[in-house]
Write a protein that binds this ligand. Structure first.
Ligand code: FES
Length: 262
């Protein structure tokens, strides 16, 4: 059932990305998602980017019919239908001392929520942010405000893949207990491979087309495994993800048509 949640604030992060802030505790954990419904248009899965007892943040990029309609129609004080939280969250194991987060562009929001929890548990958190241009980097100030060490790779020289180079160097710096990543799948493949090569666990969040959001419709099944991204994910270990034939290669539209990932 949808909760008709009133939009309390809207942050314009850039021309194609906004953070919608609700005064509501959905009791989400980092890595979980909510289904966001604009009546008469559609419903889309969105990661929870922040949750405390007062506020929930959902970051929305303008890239399809539903999200474009949300950008065009929803103002402060309007309501969106929200149901959730759904899915498996990131796991922060007791005893972790240092973790690295690698965020790619608009995939970054769930990592902000994860950073908050990790810092509350006293962990050292290094955040490497990549994006195709500096204005597409999200939440740099918020990560820094949590006490994370933030490396904005888009500020270095903007060259493609620079976040991965920085990440690979940082993995050699010393003991890292786990690596977490969310962003373009080709980037996440590289992060998971580098972590594996260094003998470090990794976790990542997959995005697939969803309908029910809780494991009954089959819309989000991964080829050859039966794994449902909405229920068995969206968070998978890097090892699990690297064993999936479609990881980093293709996804599917709502009608099931395969589309290659760039
Ligand atoms: S969206 Fe229905 S099974 Fe995943």
């Amino acid at each position: 059932m949808h909760l008709p949640l009133k939009v309390h604030r809207i942050r314009e992060e850039n021309s194609t990305f906004r953070t919608y802030i609700f005064k509501h505790d959905l009791r989400a954990k980092p890595g979980q998602f909510a289904m966001v419904w604009l009546p008469g248009v559609d419903e889309v899965p969105m990661s929870v980017g922040w949750q405390d007892k007062d506020e929930m943040w959902i970051g929305i990029s303008k890239r399809g019919d539903c999200t474009t309609a949300i950008f065009d129609q929803i103002k402060i004080g309007d309501r969106l239908g929200v149901r959730g939280p759904f899915g498996k969250p990131f796991e922060l194991k007791e005893g972790y001392k240092k973790i690295i987060l690698v965020g790619g562009g608009y995939g970054t929001p769930p990592l902000l929520f994860l950073a908050k929890e990790a810092r509350e548990k006293g962990m050292e958190v290094v955040v490497i942010l990549g994006a195709r241009s500096p204005e597409h980097v999200l939440y740099e100030k918020e990560f820094a405000g949590l006490g994370c060490e933030v490396v904005n790779s888009a500020n270095h020289n903007g060259k493609k893949g620079h976040a991965i180079e920085i990440f690979a160097e940082r993995m050699e710096d010393g003991k890292v207990d786990c690596v977490y990543t969310c962003g373009p799948e080709k980037m996440m493949v590289k992060v998971a491979e580098i972590a594996q090569k260094n003998g470090v666990d990794s976790q990542l969040s997959l995005e697939r087309h969803m309908k029910c959001g809780f494991g009954i419709c089959g819309q989000c099944c991964i080829d050859g495994t039966g794994a449902r991204v909405c229920k068995d994910g969206p968070v998978f270990s890097g090892k699990q993800a690297l064993s999936l034939e479609e990881f980093g290669h293709y996804t599917r539209t709502g009608s099931g048509k395969r589309i290659a990932l760039e």
